[in-house]
Design a protein around this ligand. Sequence first.
Ligand code: 3SK
Length: 515
Amino acid sequence: DIPRDYNAATWFIDRHLKDGRADKVAFIDADGSHTYGQLADKVNRAGNALKGLGLHMENRIAMIMLDTVDFPAVFWGAVKAGIVPIPLNTLLTTGDYGYMLSDSRARVLVISEELFDKVEPILPDLPMLEHVVISGKNAHGHTLLSDLLAKAEPKLKTAETTRDDVAFWLYSSGSTGAPKGAVHLQRDLPATAVHYGQQVLGIREDDVTYSAAKLFFAYGLGNGMTFSLHVGATSVLLKDRPTPEAVMKLLKDHQPTIFYGVPTLYGTILADPQYRRETASTRLRACVSAGEALPEDVGRRWEERFGAAILDGLGSTEMLHIFLSNRHGEVRYGTSGKPVPGYELKICSDDGHEVPQGEMGELVVRGPSSATAYWNQREKSLKTFRGEWTHTGDKYYVDDDGYYRYAGRGDDMLKVGGIWVSPFEVEAALISHDKVLEAAVVGETDAEGLVKPKAFVVLAPGETGSEVLKEELQAYVKSKLAPYKYPRWVEFVEALPKTATGKIQRFKLRGTLSQ
Ligand code: 3SK
């Protein structure tokens, strides 16, 4: 139970000093190891540095930061001072940053030196932005974070916040429209760390974790930062892009016990037969997947080859982390598992009524980490946050054993011959074929004006698209699913369009019929 007077930094940062973890390693990044004691010092200095720039409680700062220890230092320094950090996706365009910086009215931007070029052209157009602070060595004419930290006081008074104060925001990308700032409270981080991190994943103090999803994603923020800080574990951070090569090297070098990935990464690693448990981490005891539903076949093959099951789950930026998940010892691949303790789920029809078990509908969730609203977006907030219930926009049904099965985004479903077809089901069938790496399925209109599935296929390395292969894949899907679900068209592509969080943007593939 979280007391009314509460600041999350007391629990996630300062408690470790009292609990004797000052010398324990909290983070490992490109510069080496950082203990809990060093982290607490850096957090205090960061909070004081922000106050020294003229920031007060409830002011906002934007963070466009790669995964190094500077990220948790700035994030927690702000939270401890009652200032609201807004981590932004580091992969966005200048235009996206212009929108988010002006929408959020951040007064300070902390940015990694490598990313500065992306914001430089828009700085003159951001009147609310007073300071740019650079993490790294090249100040680009602004202020270096390292200089501010060196000069700042190492003691910081914790701001007198309550559990219901705004702690941080995260922008939610969605498949259409402008990004929306999801407003999260001080109470939200401990809720996800307890309910998912401890009660489902079972993270412990002796774990060493690595998340391929970066800290700026809601998924990565919990995986790579708050879950390990919650139990006093160690998290390895990778600044670079999580290519299969980089990830496998990190797993080999640091031997983590928990690995958090996304389906595409699991699939790409599996496509290279040289990778196996012995070339990765022999200590791996749990793997996690989220971002999009994990194809059944990928889960099975990973477990066989790497000797650790993947817990596939569903979360959202709005709910902060995973609220529906598979459990150790009860994994059912091809499903998102069962509700995480502390969260209640309903499957609803379009008119908002709960549907009988087995029927498909929209997944709606109630739980302790829901954002309060989208900043400055009244209509969108009203549609998503309805009283205690948050609408996910995901279609699900519950099978006879109580496992939740993903059936696509509400707007991605296709009706073929009057029957709903989940593009995900057809994709999963395609991906289980040896020659297929990734697939996306959308509805296309045929000569009769009827909607039929069309597949975009990324082939496994070394494979080449051909008419013969197209027919082979069509026959294969027909043999695995109800025949009406097979893709009438198959297009071979180099890559699929995806959101920053790895979700396939099927809307970008619609209307591209080129038989
Ligand atoms: O996409 C997901 O499944 C997810 C999981 C955890 C946190 C955030 C997100 C978007």
